[in-house]
Write a protein that binds this ligand. Structure first.
Ligand code: KIV
Ligand code: ZN
Length: 525
């Protein structure tokens, strides 16, 4: 092994963090990130100390290939990994993308459980041959190869030992044991790793990884149990993003090992103070809001509502808090800015929140901040973050721009929207009705800009408390197997809805959609 996965015995307590937000996380239905957003997230993960970044599935599309190549080229410390099915074409394509990294890795996989073997129509022996050939092929290209038996937790133990042994003999340096459908439980997860370490020849020469999905809400517990049994790489995503119920959340495993180091004496290289910023950025760019009561990063994770708790925290914060907000980069001084705050105050607040901005970007955000401060008494941290999302969305493309919107709503329907849009700079006006103000606005937009995309998701979230709070709106459209997302924030929910819809349409116009990777994963069995 040539990268930092090579460890001495004295480093046995070191657990590698493998982040797959940009691959497995991006497989969440509808989670689309633009090329630039993927590069930004990869840069933040690298800075945070993630050991391995799974940057994408290069064969999936030209966009995925370009993103993995660019992430590889910009990487500084992290190993950059790409996913490939058990085919030489996939593996070659993956290598073409990751080879630009100072520390590249190829991750190849095949479904090994009876259910998956049935789909491939391979006999056990034929699958063994295929594993040997594809892992050896990958190893000829790259000296850092990870192999995964997909659906490992539902694969017969004898056969699992055979396939793992085959992959090790063919040159795999990391063996990942995926609980693809979130089926296992902590004790079983640990037992499986122990069984492989005991029975597979050569198991002590490689690193075992654990990759858990959260279908039964046990992903984090299953990952930590696997580590206790000897796994030394945890695969996870920021905010637990991922297929169905998602994956093990990076912030949960890292903070669990840190807070309970007395019973889980393992180390990671993660700078935990970067967690909150990454969590917010991933939520913004993926369009997946973080649930309020999510462990570590949820909005309520450090809020105390009951009198007894508030009283306790005021006397000694440790009475009801097991970690300090600042350990994850959450600063208690949620001091509001107002309309008299200047550019320097805004810059310093943004830096505190983890946003470094160039002068031009700051200028744009400042103009928006002033407009917001005129409408809202106090501008809180979350308002500023929403403002940045809005600024980034507006920068996507200005093909369609909202110029004016007036809505008539109330108990007597139908509701009505008078809308002026600029399409490529030319203003057009229409008056439309609908079943509610948002429906009226969306109808008006569609009349001015006819399209065949289907509205798959419309979601509103209040950014802060109070009736003058901003609303963040996410819109997801699909057309011909491509997904386009849009986001916006405004103190007027209907205006935010119109802008989010236009943002998604601008992405459609710019061809910034994404094909779902799920179809490819199904053909990997
Ligand atoms: O869940 C899974 O099995 C995967 C594999 C590709 C590792 O994501
Ligand atoms: Zn997975």
């Amino acid at each position: 092994m040539t990268d930092k996965t090579k460890r001495t015995r004295s480093e046995q307590d070191r657990v590698l963090i493998f982040d797959t937000t940009l691959r497995d996380g991006e497989q969440s239905p509808g989670a689309t990130m633009t090329h630039e957003e993927k590069l930004e997230i990869a840069g933040l993960l690298d800075e945070m100390g993630v050991d391995v970044i799974e940057a994408g599935f290069p064969i999936a599309s030209e966009g995925d290939f370009a993103a993995v190549s660019a992430i590889a080229a910009q990487s500084k410390n992290s190993v950059i990994c790409g996913l490939a099915r058990a085919s030489t074409t996939d593996i070659d394509r993956c290598w073409e993308a990751v080879k630009h990294a100072p520390l590249p890795r190829i991750h190849t996989f095949i479904g090994t459980s009876p259910l998956h073997r049935d789909i491939t129509a391979l006999t056990q022996d034929e699958m063994i041959d295929k594993i040997h050939a594809t892992v050896a092929h990958a190893r000829n290209l790259c000296d850092n190869v990870q192999w995964s038996p997909m659906d490992a937790t539902r694969t017969e133990h004898d056969y699992l030992c055979r396939v793992v042994e085959t992959a090790i003999k063919a040159g795999a340096t990391t063996i990942n044991i995926p609980d693809t459908v979130g089926y296992t439980a902590p004790r079983e997860s640990a037992k499986l790793i122990r069984m492989l370490l005991e029975r597979v020849p050569g198991a002590d020469q490689i690193i075992f990884a654990t990759h858990c999905h959260n279908d039964l809400g046990m992903a984090t517990a299953n990952s930590l149990a696997a580590v206790e049994a000897g796994a030394r790489q945890i695969e996870c995503t920021i905010n637990g993003l991922g297929e169905r119920a998602g994956n093990t959340a990076l912030e949960e495993v890292v903070m669990a090992m840190r807070v309970r180091n007395d019973i889980m004496p393992y180390r990671t290289a993660i700078d935990t103070t970067k967690i909150m910023h990454l969590s917010r950025r991933v939520s913004q760019v993926s369009g997946f809001a973080v649930q309020f009561n999510k462990a570590v990063v949820g909005k309520n994770a450090f809020l105390h509502e009951s009198g007894i708790h508030q009283d306790g925290v005021l006397k000694n914060v440790q009475t009801f808090e097991i970690m300090r907000p600042e350990d994850i980069g959450l600063y208690a001084k949620n001091i509001a800015l107002g309309k008299h705050s200047g550019r320097a105050a805004l810059r310093s607040k943004l830096e505190e929140l983890g946003y470094e901005m160039g002068d031009n970007q700051l200028k744009d955000v400042f103009v928006r901040f002033k407009a917001l401060a005129d409408r809202k008494k106090e501008v809180y941290d979350d308002d500023l973050i929403a403002l940045i999302v809005d600024n980034a969305s507006a920068a996507v493309d200005d093909h369609l721009q909202l110029r004016k919107l007036k809505v008539v709503c109330g108990t007597e329907g139908p509701q009505e929207a008078e809308l002026t849009l600029a399409i490529d700079g030319t203003e057009t006006f229409i008056d439309a009705t609908g079943d509610g103000p948002v429906d009226a606005v969306f109808n008006a937009i569609k009349m001015l800009y006819p399209h065949d995309a289907k509205l798959d998701l419309y979601q509103v979230q209040a950014v802060t408390e109070g009736t003058d709070a901003q609303a963040t709106v996410s819109v997801r459209l699909s057309l011909d197997g491509q997904i386009f997302t849009g986001q916006s924030a405004d103190t007027d929910t209907v205006v935010a809805s119109a802008k989010a819809y236009l943002n998604a349409l601008n992405r459609l116009h710019a061809g910034q959609g994404r094909t779902s990777n799920s179809a490819l994963m199904q053909s990997a069995s």
